[in-house]
Design a protein around this ligand. Structure first.
Ligand SMILES: *Cc1c(COP(=O)(O)O)cnc(C)c1O
Length: 356
């Protein structure tokens, strides 16, 4: 008997993340490519990812919230570390104490940040979430004094549909960004996210902000993925049983055996971020062969029909994300996107970081 007590192992290939960053840099020669490590590095470990990118020479990082910045600050000494979600009043001292750069997205935030220090200015060109809106931009354009003493490190905006190259929103946002820049004091620009880097030279800027593509999500959906896969999630088969014709499997018996079947139960469920919407739709891989998921995904367990795969035995490992099943593949079966698949990954896995 094996004494290996692990039931699920998440391997993160930091070397592949660095290789993806290098690929993106070649695609964006107009300026550096920042590493976006919000949401704990898209679920893969912000500190580990940031440290690996930093060791490779990356000097620009973005997170969503101040807490996330404080959690990675010492892993990226001296690098720009910016918080995308805007400045919350009362947190200015923490930004200064930890050398974190705020992304200012309203006239109020600009007024609160009266420290004459560096900040990124965010203009809304179509997302309608954060960033200076048209009215605020007009006020600033008339009154540059409101920006007095502020060192605008970058003027940034965010694309709403960069992964759809012929979406007219891209050109519109490009124009709005250019006119916003013309209205404000000269500053470097930052526009493209991962997919934006692949929109071509018009969308190149002084700083790209890449998240998804670093983590192996295809920035060019419908085209071959130019990025390397970085995640492998392996789950252990806990039990295999024979079930007769008519036997139900899992909650509410949404699958019943139409033939004498072998059912493998594996250690993974929706509590691990394996979406319940994969019930009856997902799959796993054994030795490179796809194995259908049957019945409901439950909290801790998932069932697979291994009738045609006699080699699957208790103790075997199944791949649920990896070389044969990308996060995008899992997302398609689950009715979501690769971002949600990665950021949902649970906390119960044994995590292994590979650096070569
Ligand atoms: C998350 C985010 C990014 C990174 O986007 P990807 O599509 O993951 O590359 C860039 N900019 C902003 C403002 C973001 O919120």
């Amino acid at each position: 008997m094996s004494s290996d007590a692990r039931s699920a192992v998440l391997e993160v290939d930091l070397a592949a993340i660095v290789a993806n960053w290098q690929t993106l840099r070649l695609r964006h020669p107009s300026g550096p490519v920042a590493g976006v490590v919000k949401a704990d590095g898209y679920g893969l470990g912000a500190r580990q990812v940031a440290a690996a990118l930093y060791a490779a020479g990356c000097r620009h990082f973005f997170v969503a919230h101040l807490d996330e910045a404080l959690a990675v600050r010492d892993a990226v000494p001296g690098a720009m570390l910016a918080v995308l979600s805007g400045l919350v009043p009362g947190t200015e001292d923490a930004y200064i104490a930890h050398d974190v750069t705020p992304v200012l997205g309203s006239l109020d935030e600009i007024a609160w940040w009266q420290f004459g220090r560096e900040a990124i200015l965010h203009v809304d060109t179509g997302m309608s979430r954060l960033g200076l809106d048209t009215r605020e931009l007009a006020v600033l354009a008339q009154d540059h004094a409101r920006l007095e003493g502020l060192a605008i490190r970058y003027l940034m905006s965010h694309l709403v549909a960069a992964e759809v190259p012929d979406d007219p929103a891209n050109q519109l946002q490009h124009q709005r960004f250019a006119s916003a820049r013309a209205m404000l004091p000269a500053a470097p620009g930052s526009l493209a996210n991962s997919s934006g880097i692949f929109l071509g030279a018009d969308f190149a800027s002084d700083l790209a902000r890449a998240g998804a593509a670093l983590y192996g999500i295809n920035p060019t959906p419908g085209q071959p993925n130019p990025m390397r896969g970085v995640v492998r999630l392996s789950i252990r088969v806990l039990a295999v049983r024979d079930v007769p014709v008519g036997a139900g499997v899992g909650y509410n018996a949404t699958w019943t055996a139409a033939r004498p079947s072998r059912i493998a139960t594996a250690a993974l469920g929706y509590a691990d971020g394996f979406h319940r919407s994969l019930s009856g739709r997902g799959s796993a891989c054994f030795d490179g062969t796809p194995i259908p998921l049957v019945g409901r995904v439950s909290m801790d367990l998932t069932t697979f029909d291994v009738t045609d795969h006699p080699a699957v035995q208790p103790g075997c490992w199944l791949e649920v994300i990896g070389p044969h099943l990308s996060p995008d593949d899992v997302a398609e079966a689950a009715g979501t996107n690769g971002y949600e698949v990665l950021t949902s990954l649970g906390r119960r896995f044994q995590r292994v970081y590979r650096t070569a």
